[in-house]
Ligand binder design. Structure first.
Ligand SMILES: CC(C)(COP(=O)(O)OP(=O)(O)OC[C@H]1O[C@@H](n2cnc3c(N)ncnc32)[C@H](O)[C@@H]1OP(=O)(O)O)[C@@H](O)C(=O)NCCC(=O)NCCS
Length: 185
């Protein structure tokens, strides 16, 4: 993490988050300050274009060819939506590479007394870093984050194959309320 990095949201927001307040269980234990040797959990930075963030997303789905200009324009757009986009990454600081990521989007509502709902999106850990609790860390940290930001619940959708993964992290297919529909445009 460089001194001059421009973050999508304030890194201070993450500082006091406690993974014990997450439904994900860690064995061995990890914490925000000690996520693993050489690893750092932090907000997405504009400089992550050079640290392989888009290549990492390419391990999740199709990303396309995104120029530096297009990256900056989208980054600025997201940042301008204050208190909404919390793209959170894990960096291997030795290699200066982004190796894991998960996004929390905070949706503001009128219902539930102007409530907020958190939405988990774009969860990915780079292939050679998998199986080290980093996915659990990236998703797990979003729970106390969402709570801190005033969300009353967090939702996500996933493939059948990923159901076991997310139920293991505390997510529940609620009875009669777990359909996810899609209209491709
Ligand atoms: C899914 C993904 C993020 C998991 O990351 P990871 O760092 O390997 O996961 P973790 O090490 O935190 O795994 C935690 C637990 O989930 C289990 N797990 C991992 N992948 C799983 C899968 N696909 N299905 C079911 N369980 C899985 C692990 O065995 C581990 O179990 P344990 O705690 O009992 O030992 C990673 O495999 C990935 O990036 N996959 C490709 C992208 C993707 O599918 N993203 C999710 C889109 S919805």
């Amino acid at each position: 993490m460089g001194l001059a990095d421009e973050y999508l949201y304030s890194p201070d927001v993450l500082l006091d988050l406690n993974l014990d307040n997450s439904s994900a269980k860690f064995n061995p234990k990890v914490s925000m300050l000690n996520p693993g040797e050489g690893l750092k959990v932090r907000p997405l930075a504009k400089e992550d274009y050079e640290r392989g963030f888009l290549q990492l997303l390419g391990e999740l789905t199709s990303v396309g060819d995104i120029s530096r200009e297009a990256w900056e324009a989208r980054f600025d757009d997201l940042k301008a939506c204050k208190n909404t986009y919390y793209i959170t990454v894990i960096e291997d600081t030795l290699l200066k590479k982004v190796i894991g990521a998960a996004t929390l989007v905070v949706e503001k509502k009128f219902i539930h007394a102007c409530g907020r709902v958190g939405r988990v999106e774009d969860v990915v850990v780079s292939n050679e870093y998998r199986g080290k609790q980093l996915g659990k860390l990236a998703v797990g940290i979003l729970q106390p984050l969402a709570k801190k930001l005033g969300c009353y619940k967090v939702t996500l959708n996933c493939t059948d194959a990923m159901m076991a993964y997310y139920t293991g992290l505390g997510y529940v297919a609620e009875k009669e309320n777990a359909n996810f529909l899609c209209l491709r445009l």
